[in-house]
Design a protein around this ligand. Structure first.
Ligand SMILES: [Zn+2]
Length: 168
């Protein structure tokens, strides 16, 4: 079990680094990345998204309307259960997500946000999937590139506005 824990930690660190290195410039508007790691009674989600796809702009908020848009986005991540729905039978509950926003305007005008959500599940054996409802809250979001780590295996897939369910 320790071996699995370590490999997931390394994998997540690698994904986080590669995401960070290519952070601005390389991102594509409408496309976000999600890492899903299910292990023991924990389901851990890491989202990296162009800020544009969540709030409609990527500069520092310049007026009340933009400040409100950023606040509304942060607020929605306080209730992660409305954005991510694990198998009901697993009885998972989430703490408010940790949201990281870039400070200041970037040189190339692009900016990413990162969010981490951790669910704890009472019946982890019943945890077999996840429905992603981000698309309802964020209409600009078109696609999610997903890295899934579950049952000691890693796989990649893609979710879209039409295909919102992950199963493992
Ligand atoms: Zn951008």
């Amino acid at each position: 079990m320790h071996k699995v824990t370590a490999s997931i930690a390394v994998l997540l660190a690698m994904l986080a680094c590669s995401g960070g290195a290519s952070a601005a410039g390389a991102h594509q508007h409408g496309v976000a990345r999600l890492t899903v790691a299910a292990e023991d009674n924990r389901l851990e989600l890491e989202l990296s998204s162009p800020l544009e796809s969540l709030v409609g702009f990527e500069h520092e908020p310049r007026n009340d309307k933009e400040r409100k848009a950023v606040q509304a986005m942060k607020d929605s991540f306080r209730k992660p259960e409305a954005l991510f729905v694990p198998s009901a039978a697993a009885q998972c509950t989430a703490s408010p997500a940790e949201v990281e926003l870039p400070g200041g305007d970037s040189k190339d005008g692009h900016a990413d946000m990162h969010a981490t959500v951790v669910f704890e599940c009472k019946t982890p054996a019943a945890l077999k999937g996840l429905e992603v409802k981000l698309f309802d809250s964020f209409p600009r979001l078109q696609r999610l590139k997903v890295q899934l780590v579950a049952g000691g295996k890693q796989s990649g897939t893609e979710l879209t506005r039409q295909k919102r369910r992950l199963a493992w």
